[in-house]
Design a protein around this ligand. Structure first.
Ligand code: SOE
Length: 395
């Protein structure tokens, strides 16, 4: 529990834009973070912004925000807003983030950073200019903040698996296998940028670059759209969207993406991102094979990190399951006694904790917008590679 005296402390007034799936996940994180972690600033959930004023008011009350707005531009001039948390489709990220940073507001932006490399470049430039004025920005790759993943990174840094040679990453969902699943914004390129590639493949790219502390420099990939037309969705539908009364529209993004990546220090990685893995609901697996051991994580087994220690005698060796719920496990001390497992939403809370700490200390929080841009470049290179059917494409 937060035990610090709040009278002498600074305040961080937060505004959120969006109240869909991610808006709800982030709202939960802003509510939980001060209740469980000792934060250096008092967080106030000041404003929720959503396009329609009645729905904005309703969502603000439901999710715990003090007030509501229906136009994000109004947030830029409000003195009671220090930070803008962007939880809307990718097409709006660049406009909101650049304006917010220029107005001196810290920014947390959902992944992927943008829909195009050009937008991401503008955002990274704005972030760099803002950082010189003490205004911070962060991309919401929340899986970095799963305790098991943060532990894996720590073990890599400690040399527990030696030199990383190979990474196998996959993100498998099946929520649009049914051809009658409506055409929600995630299936429209002008709103989402890309399909499985950017929505879930971006997580894999970020985790791969984060765990290896390296960048992907070349890719070779292919994309597939299995269902090319779908029933139109009711306005505002997200995941598991509702069908509109009538009409069909074109799916303009990929349903699945496969690619290989080469990293600057010689690591080779393989990736699969698909919304058509029948029976797989939200299976993100990443396995990092090093010269001295290996680590593996599966999102659906959130608290477990598998570890293979190559120095053990072969006759007794094998992957073992580490339950990442010890007081010394990153982030875990704030939650429950050992073994009382946590879940998917906690990564968002840890993200808020790290962001607030960075703002208070004046350090740049990670992942930076520059890191978000680097992921964006990989996404774009995979699309170019798939379109050209060339073997290897520079990032
Ligand atoms: C939908 O595919 C989605 O919610 C992604 O947008 C999230 O980033 C991922 O965490 C879970 O799946």
């Amino acid at each position: 529990m937060n035990s610090k005296d709040s009278s002498a402390r600074g305040r961080l007034n937060v505004a959120i834009v969006g109240a869909g799936f991610m808006g709800r996940a982030h709202s939960n994180a802003w509510r939980q973070a001060p209740k469980f972690f000792d934060l250096p600033l008092d967080v106030s959930m000041a404003v929720l912004c959503r396009a329609d004023s009645a729905r904005a008011q309703e969502a603000a009350e439901l999710l715990g925000w003090e007030s509501s707005e229906s136009d994000w531009r109004n947030l830029l001039t409000r003195d009671d807003v220090d930070l803008i948390d962007i939880c809307v489709p990718g097409a709006l990220h660049a406009d909101i983030a650049v304006a917010a940073l220029n107005a001196g507001k810290h920014v947390l932006c959902e992944k992927p950073l943008a829909n195009t490399v050009e937008q991401a470049e503008a955002m990274a430039e704005a972030a760099q200019r803002a950082a010189a004025r003490g205004v911070q920005s962060m991309v919401g790759f929340s899986y970095r903040r799963a305790p098991a993943i943060a532990l894996a990174r720590r073990m890599v840094v400690e040399g527990k698996i030696g030199r990383i040679q190979q990474i196998r990453a996959g993100y498998r969902q099946d929520f649009i296998v049914d051809p009658n699943e409506p055409l929600s914004w995630r299936l429209e390129k002008d709103k989402a940028g890309s399909g499985a590639l950017g929505d879930i493949g971006a997580h894999l790219i970020d985790l791969c670059q984060y765990l290896a502390d390296d960048t992907i420099t070349e890719v070779s990939g292919t994309l597939e759209t299995f269902v090319k037309r779908r029933p139109l969705a009711a306005p505002g539908s997200g995941l598991g969207g509702r069908q509109a009364a009538e009409g069909y529209g074109d799916v303009t993004v990929d349903d699945a993406a496969w690619f290989l990546g080469r990293m600057s220090q010689g690591t080779v990685a393989s990736f699969e991102a698909t919304r058509f893995a029948t029976g797989r609901k939200n299976e993100l697996t990443i396995e990092v094979s090093g010269s001295a051991g290996a680590l593996r994580w599966n999102l659906e087994d959130y608290n477990v990190l598998e570890y293979y220690d190559g120095s053990e005698p072969a006759v007794e060796s094998g992957f073992r399951r580490i339950l990442a719920t010890e007081p010394d496990t990153p982030y875990y001390h704030a939650w429950w006694p050992t073994g009382h497992v946590i879940g998917w939403e906690h990564g968002f809370t840890h993200q808020v904790v790290d962001l607030v700490n960075a703002i208070a200390s004046g350090e740049s929080p990670r992942p930076t917008f520059a890191e978000g841009l680097s992921v964006q470049r990989v996404l774009a290179a995979v699309e170019r590679s798939a379109a050209s059917r060339a073997s290897w494409t520079d990032v």
